[in-house]
Ligand binder design. Structure first.
Ligand code: FAD
Length: 479
């Protein structure tokens, strides 16, 4: 079956998992999956190790990264970053205008929040930083170095937040369940710093080997990209923001031929390809939800570098000498002229002069964290308007490669598989490990299914990459 129905569907029935009052103690957005003996497409061998993520279900993330939702503006990120009464400071990737949804954007927001605090505070004051992700730890480090008394309060029993490196003897190298790429490395010092810390990175080109569901390798034309660019150009001329889906439909850009070329792929399939492998992956959101005004026409994918030596290598130096209160969920922040007070999930309280809040946008949206007094209108407006997208991963380790391509990035076109993008770790590590990526409404749907079904969906998506040698029917011996 082919996917040509993107404009018909909507994610409305699949919105992020509703808030529950009960927050489990030490969640991880992931589970080790026992390779199942149950339905795996017989052509793909059973993996030896499996690890999946479910970031939308993680109570301390509620999604993977923020995206420009239809109706939201970049100024709303600025509004979110505006200090409240000189007591409350918000940071985190969603508050970054230059690089939202990235590690460097989150890090820059932590530096900015630390500067905002220093502008109004006196050295020696007690600053509570909520969240031990890259934004929180960056802010904490800067303030500690400037002579402040800093405490970091973190809900999980680990640091790093959406940087989640697993170093486990089951895996031949550190695997990244959250961020794994230094995006647009030429625009940031992050890669140099990782190298300085001894963390290996490698150039990561977004040029993929693309196959049809029959395994045919096909060149990617610019049909889909051109249609999206035409739709975004049309959207830019509209009096109000519209979704990318509406822009595609109303501009006429999505009116593409559904007749298959010799390859079995039609122009409409190439538009679907652009939507699922580029737009959905970059935002974590369906085109129905993405802003026609602010979705980047050509996302900055140049000079990406894949982190191979553990993204969490960033944290040791940041954390040195800083008080960390782990496994402590902040449920309420009261702030006023004389200072601030945090209430924790276990009923305890913590006083501070000022507070930096770095919890993800997805968490702010659920309102598990009460603010007293409530956040100003502009902050609440920004939280409601900005979008939180979902990207999930599955890591698979095989006994040996069953594929015959050296391409580091694989994509599929024209089929109906859930995992349309794969990273082949062989060229980087020599190990037969694959990483499947799934985003937007497909990721939200799969977050609801059990491990066996998740794995089966991933393995079914790998069938186009099975080496013909493994699939060839043996020729009968001559009689
Ligand atoms: C699957 C995936 C892939 C990604 N890929 C990339 C990539 O390749 N490149 C890239 O640049 N970016 C990528 N990102 C985005 C990147 O990981 C984030 O932008 C960045 O790590 C966010 O950092 P942060 O400090 O803003 O938030 P976080 O890292 O989420 O830190 C917030 C912290 O707050 C804590 N917290 C939440 N609620 C509470 C509470 N009530 N009380 C106390 N603490 C709380 C959380 O546990 C967390 O530790 C990816 C993200 C995901 C999920």
């Amino acid at each position: 079956m082919k996917r040509r129905t993107f404009l018909i569907g909507s994610v409305s029935g699949l919105s992020l998992v509703a808030l529950t009052a009960c927050v489990p103690p030490s969640p991880r957005p992931t589970a080790s999956v026992s390779p199942s003996p149950t339905p795996t497409p017989s052509l793909v061998p059973k993996p030896e190790n499996v690890r999946r993520t479910s970031w939308s279900a993680d109570p301390f993330a509620r999604g993977s990264f923020s995206f420009p939702a239809v109706g939201a503006t970049p100024e709303q990120r600025e509004a979110l970053a505006t200090p409240v009464d000189g007591r409350l400071f918000l940071a985190g990737e969603a508050t970054s205008i230059d690089a939202p949804g990235t590690v460097q954007g989150a890090r820059a927001s932590g530096m900015r929040a630390a500067r905002d605090v220093q502008a109004v505070a006196t050295a020696g004051e007690r600053i509570a930083v909520i969240g031990a992700g890259i934004a929180g730890l960056t802010a904490a480090r800067a303030l500690k170095d400037a002579g402040f008394d800093v405490v970091v309060v973190e809900a999980r029993d680990r640091i790093g937040g959406r940087i989640d490196t697993v170093t486990d003897k089951k895996w031949p190298f550190p695997i990244e369940l959250g961020a794994s790429v230094v995006r647009a490395s030429g625009t940031t010092t992050l890669d140099e710093e990782l190298i300085g810390l001894g963390v290996i990175t490698a150039p990561f080109s977004r040029t993929s080997e693309t196959r049809t569901s029959d395994g045919l390798v096909v060149p990617v034309p610019d049909t889909g990209a051109q249609a999206v660019n035409a739709a975004l150009a049309w959207a830019a001329d509209q009096p109000a923001d519209v979704s990318v889906a509406r822009a595609l439909a109303d501009s006429g850009a999505s009116k593409l031929s559904t007749t298959d070329a010799d390859t079995g792929v039609s122009d409409a399939d190439w538009l679907d390809y652009e939507i699922t492998t580029v737009l959905a992956l970059n935002s974590g959101a369906a085109v129905d939800d993405q802003s026609g005004w602010y979705t980047p026409a050509a996302p900055g994918l140049d000079e990406d570098r894949l982190v191979l030596g553990g993204f969490n290598g960033l944290f040791d130096a940041l954390l040195e000498g800083i008080d960390l209160l782990g496994s402590s969920v902040v449920t309420r922040i009261a702030y006023g002229e004389s200072g601030a007070s945090l209430r924790l999930g276990n009923g305890e309280s913590l006083g501070a002069d000022r507070v930096i809040v770095t919890v993800p946008l997805g968490v702010l949206k659920t309102k598990v964290m009460e603010f007293d007094p409530p956040l100003p209108f502009a902050h609440r407006g920004a939280i409601a308007a900005l979008g939180m997208g979902t990207l999930d991963k599955i890591w698979l380790q095989f006994a040996e490669p069953f594929w015959d391509t050296d391409a580091p990035l694989w994509t599929t076109v024209g089929g109906d598989d859930d995992f349309r993008v794969w990273i082949n770790m062989v060229p980087f590590t020599g190990e037969p490990v694959l990483v499947g990526l799934v985003a937007a409404e497909t990721a939200l749907r799969l977050a609801e299914v059990g491990d066996d079904e998740f794995l089966a969906a991933a393995l079914a998506s790998l069938v186009p990459f099975v080496s013909p040698m493994d699939t060839a029917t043996p020729t009968p011996a001559p009689k």
